[in-house]
Design a protein. Structure first.
Ligand code: SF4
Length: 396
């Protein structure tokens, strides 16, 4: 599903965040809204007054004397209630939040202190922290209704410094009922003072998702392309737990992680007993992965022995384990009950084979970019019906 479009911007330079209104609103409800004027929508001047900005699919023939973007290349994806940001210099319109989706994210920075071989969001070394923080503070203020789950993601969120604490504090006061999951490499948590300060935020529903790719330091450091990362991440996991911060461990499965998967889950069971959830995740064919595909690719069909062994090992020891980003037709039936619909709505793809598949309602499908690279064993399942997959928000 489309997230961005562009048009021609006038009358503003700083970015504007607002809620799309496709119908005219009463004047006292316009200050947070961006009025969208669709094709054949004959809005009068009075209809356009008082909004944060105007978005117009076609050419706007008169200057309304306020920020506006017209001549949009696409607008079908914009719905009433979506929260978007408008960029004055480029005419970019980016969707930040769509209330009707199951998975919601707060994207906080493109910067990172690791450089993982399969990173789906390759880091960029430009200082986006202040601008994105201000945008996200506005976004949090506009989100309604509050979602049950929200994922804080980047880049590496802890690189925000004090701004991360500002964001989480705002989330705590604006939507304390929303469960927050922050995806971090965990390295910053190795500093006891940092972990203590994070815990002192006292958010009632926050947890960390921290990747660990091997029980062997050299292998983990190679995957994340950062020497010493294993030691920092493991120390960070312990510091988080010591301070009462809930943690999940994430493992991306590929040719470099599969050989030691059995050892890794034993390591987690013996050394990270406090971990509340382990997510074993399929590879995304985006970001850095295509350029490193020769080193990373293994067909998921070919690691079912290792995956089944790891899941069974954890499950019989009462550790909570899930499989993300895998198609039911590629997984062994014994693993179906651990499979989650983890792919964000806008990233999900189903192939032509899926149309006749009895497992379609329970299957999480593929990433959109898997159209270029996916298992050779995708096939429609005729019967019996697989078990129902848990519908909780499991986000990647
Ligand atoms: S054929 Fe499609 S819907 Fe069926 S299990 Fe495979 S990926 Fe899922």
């Amino acid at each position: 599903m489309r997230l961005t479009t562009t048009g021609v911007a006038h009358n503003f330079e700083k970015s504007i965040v607002g809620v799309i209104a496709k119908e005219a609103l009463p004047p006292d409800q316009r200050t947070r809204a961006i009025r969208f004027v669709g094709p054949n929508d004959a809005a009068s001047d009075a209809d356009l007054m008082g909004y944060r900005a105007i978005l117009c699919h076609d050419e706007l023939h008169r200057d309304p004397g306020m920020p506006y973007i017209h001549r949009l290349r696409e607008s079908d994806h914009l719905r009433d209630g979506d929260i978007v940001v408008l960029e004055g210099r480029t005419g970019l319109v980016r969707s930040l939040y769509r209330p009707y989706e199951l998975h919601h994210h707060l994207f906080v920075t493109e910067r990172c202190n690791s450089n993982c071989l399969m990173c789906s969001q390759p880091p960029k070394d430009r200082d986006d922290v202040e601008a994105l923080t201000e945008r996200n503070l506005e976004l949090i203020d506009l989100i309604a209704p509050h979602p049950p789950y929200l994922t804080i993601t980047g880049g590496e969120p802890t690189l925000l410094g004090d701004n991360l604490f500002r964001l989480i504090t705002q989330l705590k006061f604006s939507m304390p009922e929303t469960e927050l999951h922050m995806l971090t490499n965990g390295r910053t948590f190795a500093w006891p003072k940092y972990a203590r300060r994070f815990a002192d935020l006292d958010h009632p529903k926050i947890s960390l998702g921290i990747p660990l790719y091997s029980d062997f330091a050299g292998a983990h450091d190679y995957v994340v392309q950062a020497r010493g990362a294993f030691d920092q991440t493991v120390a960070g996991l312990h510091q988080a737990a010591r301070n009462g911060i809930r943690v999940e461990v994430r493992v991306v499965l590929h040719k470099l992680t599969i050989p030691r998967l059995t050892k890794l889950v034993e390591y987690i069971y013996r050394n990270l007993t406090f971990v509340e959830h382990i997510a074993l995740m399929g590879l995304e064919y985006t970001g850095y992965t295509p350029r490193n595909i020769a080193e990373l690719w293994i067909d998921p069909y070919d690691y079912q022995d290792e995956l089944e062994g790891a899941v069974e090992y954890l499950a019989v020891r009462n550790m909570t384990v899930s499989i993300y980003n895998h198609q039911l037709c590629v997984l062994r039936p014994s693993l179906w009950r651990f499979a989650r619909k983890s792919i964000s709505d806008w990233k999900t793809l189903y192939l032509p084979e899926c149309e006749t598949c009895s497992a379609l309602p329970a299957c999480g499908g593929l990433f959109q970019w898997a159209v270029k690279k996916h298992s050779d064993h995708i096939h429609a399942i005729s019967s019996p019906q697989p078990c129902v997959v848990d519908q909780k928000c499991w986000s990647t």
